[in-house]
Design a protein around this ligand. Structure first.
Ligand SMILES: Nc1ncnc2c1ncn2[C@@H]1O[C@H](COP(=O)(O)OP(=O)(O)OP(=O)(O)O)[C@@H](O)[C@H]1O
Ligand SMILES: [Mg+2]
Length: 270
């Protein structure tokens, strides 16, 4: 099982959007996927439905009041399940990662592995402390959405510094990459920022795929759907998440046994 943690220091950069759409793509590509919302603001549930908003989730698992299996929400994709946050308190993110957070995430990943999930995607609140720090410490891959806007390079620099400090603390070096989001090709500043990131970051720390700014994301979020399910013929922006999934699979060497066995040798069906 691999754990992908979606995190960033800043809020509103596209973490939840990425977590939902990437989880959908990974599950469609055949991975038994769990999307777990670690944000006490319950962003995933808010981007889904009223039923999801009422559902118990991670908090009830972590406090031992509900068993893991009973908390998983099925989706219309059989390979994708969702664990909402389930927080009933109007709390903001905590500043320090407590022992409780670390234990909660450890138990969550143990339960997910026992339930034979192959990929776990963790959506986190903004900031790299509190529960986010716990999630980052247990991840196999860290994806950092970064809005293509001025000052991005500075915040990306700080992000990697924070990861370095965390690695020193945990003794665990985790691959991490920036995903440029909300790129506006019609805006010179936005393009300039993306170029700056491509030119300054080592290639292993930035994905090739970029998510453009597109009002369709707001429409999908209002309907509580991944972009790919918005219409029978998904918009181009939805396919970007398949590409991101494929990039992450390659970086994590995630392969299905039949990837090598079931190779097509004849394109014609004669
Ligand atoms: N590529 C995009 N183009 C246009 N709007 C987008 C795009 N990606 C996300 N959005 C919108 O931007 C807003 C913030 O996105 P999102 O909630 O995913 O960010 P976040 O990083 O999870 O925020 P938070 O830090 O508060 O959890 C949402 O309204 C979302 O629909
Ligand atoms: Mg969010």
């Amino acid at each position: 099982m691999v754990t992908i943690c979606i995190a960033s220091q800043k809020g509103g950069v596209g973490k939840t959007t990425t977590a939902l759409n990437l989880s959908h793509s990974l599950s469609k590509r055949g991975w038994k996927t769990l999307l777990a919302d670690l944000d006490p603001q319950g962003a995933i549930a808010f981007s889904l439905s009223e039923r999801a908003r009422q559902a118990a989730g991670y908090c009830q698992f972590a406090d031992g009041s509900s068993p893991f299996d009973s908390l998983l929400l099925k989706t219309i994709v059989p390979t994708l399940k969702i664990l909402t946050n389930g927080s009933k308190l109007p709390i903001g993110p905590k500043s320090e990662s407590s022992e409780e957070d670390r234990k909660g995430i450890e138990s969550l990943l143990q339960a997910a592995s026992a339930a034979e999930f192959e990929v776990v995607v963790l959506d986190t609140p903004p900031g790299l402390s509190g529960i986010s720090k716990g999630a980052l410490s247990h991840a196999d891959f860290i994806l950092a959405p970064q809005q293509a806007e001025p000052l991005a390079s500075r915040s990306v620099g700080r992000f990697f510094e924070a990861l370095k400090e965390l690695a020193e603390l945990t003794g665990r070096q985790t691959p991490a990459a920036v995903l440029i989001t909300m790129l506006d090709p019609s805006q010179a500043e936005s393009v300039q920022v993306a170029n700056e990131l491509w030119n300054t970051l080592p290639p292993e720390t930035i994905l090739d795929t970029v998510v453009a700014r597109n009002p369709i994301f707001i429409e999908a979020s209002a309907k509580g759907l991944p972009l790919a399910l918005l219409r029978p013929h998904p918009p181009a922006a939805a396919l970007i998440f398949d590409q991101i999934a494929a990039e992450i699979e390659a970086r994590l060497s995630l392969k299905k046994p039949d990837d090598e066995e079931n190779v097509i040798t004849d394109y014609l069906d004669l």
